[in-house]
Design a protein around this ligand. Sequence first.
Ligand SMILES: *Cc1c(COP(=O)(O)O)cnc(C)c1O
Length: 858
Amino acid sequence: MFTVHRYQIFPTIPPELAPLVTIAQNLWWTWTPAARELYGRVDAELYERVAHNPILLLKLASQRRLDELARDDGYLRALSAVERSLGDYLDRSTWFDRKYGKNAASRGTMAYFSMEFGIHECLPVYSGGLGVLAGDHLKSASDLGLPLVGVGIAFSQGYFRQSLDIEGWQNERYPPNDWHDLPVSPVNDEKGRRVVTSVELPARAGAGRREVKLQAWRAQVGRVPLYLLDADIPENPPEDRALTNTLYGGDRAHRICQEVLLGVGGVRLLSAIGQEPRVCHMNEGHSAFLALERVRQLMGRTGAPFVAASEAAAAGHVFTTHTPVPAGNDAFAHDLALPYLKVLGEGLGLGAEEAMRLGRVEPDRPGSEFSMPVLAIRMADRYNGVSMLHGREARAMWSVLWPGLPVDEVPIGSVTNGVHVPTWLDGELALLYASYLGADFLERAAEPGVWAKIAEIPDEVLWAAHGRRKERLVKQIRARLAAISAQKGRAEDPARIERLLDPKALTIGFARRFATYKRGTLLLRDAARLARILHEPHRPVQLVFSGKAHPQDWGGKELIRDIVRAGMAEPFRGRIVFVEDYDMGVARTLVAGVDVWLNTPRRPLEASGTSGMKAGLNGVLNASILDGWWPEGYAGDNGFSIGRGEEYADTGHGDHVEAQALYRLLEEDIVPLYYERDASGLPRSWIARMKRSITTIGPAFNTTRMVREYAERYYEPALARHRRLTEDGLLAARAACEWKARVRAAWGSVRVDSVAQLGPSRLPSGEPLRVAAEIHLGALSPSDVVVELYYGRPGPNGSLRGAEAAPMRHAADLGGGRHRFEGEIPTDESGEHAFGVRVIPAHESLPDRYAARLVRWH
Ligand SMILES: *Cc1c(COP(=O)(O)O)cnc(C)c1O
């Protein structure tokens, strides 16, 4: 016996192949098929094994293979073409330059903060949709030329990798990320030294505080840098080095520490490298502590008190919420949060209780929990949900923060999510589309007209391309299954693997997080009926599932086990397949390689959902509950809807009804349509729907459109207001605060004394209704307020439907703080109408008319 000493020899990269290394350092390669292909060609099998990580690939490739490629003229030509197109990409003029001018960036830059970023499977610092959206946001910001940087965390273990045991039970593995083997570079100063910043946290024992040091890694996403914070450095004790270990792992204390590191540490890192963004975008509430750090910096710089500095800082904060249920919101129990807010408050001249008030739904309820979205809403001027439906839900959920305001006037807007088309559109389809839509169609993806020519692609050409996607999917699933079985030491019978899935059968895909509300097993409720659907003679149907459950979500894990088990036995063997360890790579093959993309959330719990958008632009038809983005996406002929947007108070009943609707949809519409072939064997009606899917979903649900919307509707106004409020030692912010304080002090005596209809109460249509009101403003003057008529159709509980507001004019000063206002309501429709009168504080520097959060009704 002898001891085996292992050692590794790294190959020397031949100089001809040097560009492979530089290209790998810009994650632009991840959404550029020609670049991805270069790495695949080095060693396809190895490339799979290293999860498409080009740095590791080049470390582990064989010297012989590299030398061979260095002499391969075809390869070298392809390499230099890709190198040139990266150069062209970085140099070309952008939408942002054209719209705002070459020097637009000098007016202010933006930073996008997110707990997770899904750029590519080789950089595992994401768990699901939230992270993928953040990654797609950066990619489109790069395409569009926005002066934006990303800020996140360099998790040393990332999110878990899933492996299923023999029973189908999910186990988690946390392979370490070696940051030196990832396509990132250390953030150094000009002298080449690591930039290190620090954040204060409460001491682990007793009173006082401790300091955690942070270094950072830079991932280059096209033009946009993404900075990832890392506490795993020798300067920190082991407990603190572990703070950036796993994404959404650990207990609540671990989580609040991570959130302080992200928010406070992120802003400090940017300062340390000379970046002072005007606008900080919080992707979910996890990063909301950034607002407190920005206020602290502003106070230090200007000597302004907390209120004025937060008025000014809020101008530069944008908050996007993704959570449609209160329970899903990120909140910390009072006792847990208090020491953290004490430390944060010290920097702001606030006591711990005062700081706690910022995150409480009801500030005056001591002992109540500290909510990150509440903090974000209080410290930002602009907020939005991620689909029209979700905007509505978010307004209802947070209307508690705008007391007295009708829900539909709560100033939370919506920007519907999208996906980054170059990332999610299959490479071969991208070439096919380009030959009809024009070579530049990806740059013009947000123009509806650009996609119209999809209709001109011959049916047989599109169908053949789609068939190849399906074959590739089946091949990859078989290979993956064989590889995973081998890894686990359970050799699968090769004949059984070869029988797995039929590339010609109607294939339904379902892949997403296994959260219970997404109802991954809705289709399995009636096994006998499902079996009949899957086994109908000459019309085979098969199901492909994938997705992870949160490590603590036992319900979610049971769903996975149920699916795996179903697929192990008759009647579903070979017809229901579960693909282990869902990630962005698996997602890319799935969203292009199935026929139908199934989505079955309990409405209204899916804020948006994005995997269906990825599927839709690859010509895969969505079959979805009308939740999230689908009410905006569904056009009748571009996919299928399950139900009509009903919502059920009794979830058990809702699940039953919607499962029935889904079976019927499959039996009566989806399966017959798919197998309805003409003489040439083509499903013409199906293909027509595929084309409608591409032409309707392509232009609307991409991140080019989405990021432009953020730029135009959120970032630009925020930049302008932030600039104005921070000028001259926060002059305008201080004035706005003084005004607010004066209005608040006087508000108690503001009331509507009387309202009178001038003229008859029955009016001929077309004749406006005239109204006069006497208002007691006390110490306020008419210019401090707007008085409005709020009118519409009478609804339940004294509410108004379809209400609108019309300003009243100041008609007379009646003395003693009393004023007469008059106004008119247009009456163009007959029937019953109703109105109310209200007073709202108004000041030219407010970001929106309800920013003072005061309203007085009659
Ligand atoms: C797109 C994507 C998601 C989001 O899917 P939903 O439909 O929003 O649930 C999650 N995980 C991965 C890996 C993705 O690529």
